[in-house]
Design a protein around this ligand. Sequence first.
Ligand code: FAD
Ligand code: NDP
Length: 328
Amino acid sequence: MKPWRISIRMVHQRVTIIGSGPAAHTAAIYLARAEVKPTLYEGMFANGIAAGGQLTTTTEIENFPGFPEGLTGSELMDRMKKQSEKFGTEVITETISKVDLSSKPFKFWTEFNEDAEPITTDAIILATGASAKRMNLPGEETYWQQGISACAVCDGAVPIFRNKPLAVIGGGDSACEEADFLTKYGSKVYMLVRKDHLRASTIMQRRAEKNQKIEILYNTVSLEAKGDGKFLNALRIKNVKTNEESDLQVNGLFYAIGHTPATQIVAGQVDLYENGYVKTVPGTSLTSVPGVFAAGDVQDSKYRQAITSAGSGCMAGLDAERYLSELE
Ligand code: FAD
Ligand code: NDP
């Protein structure tokens, strides 16, 4: 009798897209239409975010062109996924846990095959996104998206914030920009800064300081988000110089304390900026490793919008297609 033999088939892919937000699906649409048959790993709660990316964590999207009536973030992402699949993208609901970019073809493992033979690929598009840092304040879970948000541009215009006092936590450029933006909607905007100075660039500081609707509270930390069980209506704050605590009446709270790009799997293999974002050659999606492309929030610490992510996903799709045809 012959002994059992397990045959392990090495799987090889031409191009592997990691991620499932607007950048990943736009790259997939371009590559699939070019008949490259991309494989897209959409993740299984990778980085704490559902397949479909950050937009699945919000309600109405009003600034994505082509949808004048608006649509929900999940609906927009379902449509993008349908469009990638329609042209032949294979979507796999697994998280890529490890990549080896040291030789070609590249190798990678998913969380379900960490001990098995790696899958190989000629090109990778990294579109793993980023996530806004959260404070994890008591009450945050209850009022998340019911008064608390991490994106003023995305959520600032919703009716619950109109003509109401709002607060922004942070002292960087994002905090200044978001506070300034929110004055279009709120009756007043408090900036809560934990130190006695802002970190933002001079021009952004001046803009915030000059805006009559912004009040900057220095040396102020936040302790608890409070509300009526449905919507936020106050924030417990403390002055760290005097130790005095008080309730600040606000109906909106916006975190602007930075973002964390999802670059753990390529750290040490692809050049990153000090803040962890992937470095790309300006005007392209090319990273420091030929054959590895980056698109979306993972390489953009500034704009971080669905449309800019989709735009850079298109660039990555076209750059990867060109790379693959040169390989052949
Ligand atoms: P992301 O959307 O960040 O998605 C990346 C995906 O990759 C995630 O699903 C993640 O799980 C997956 N992933 C990560 N690592 C792995 C891995 N190792 N393997 C497999 N999968 C992985 N922008 C707008 O333009 N308009 C808005 O109204 C708007 N509203 C927003 C509201 C909120 C609450 C938030 C948080 C953001 C909002 N944004 C909005 C910003 C927008 O969502 C992002 O700019 C955009 O989603 C970034 O897209 P992306 O393709 O880079 O990746
Ligand atoms: P930054 O990291 O520059 O600033 C984060 C801010 O949040 C800091 O003031 C920090 O305080 C504060 N912070 C962090 N954690 C906490 C916490 N737990 N509690 C309270 N406060 C906290 O992030 P940004 O998003 O502002 O900027 C990121 C990059 O993007 C920067 O390079 C910036 O220049 C750029 N950018 C540029 C813009 C423009 O030019 N228009 C607009 C937006 C961003 P502390 O200072 O005490 O550490």
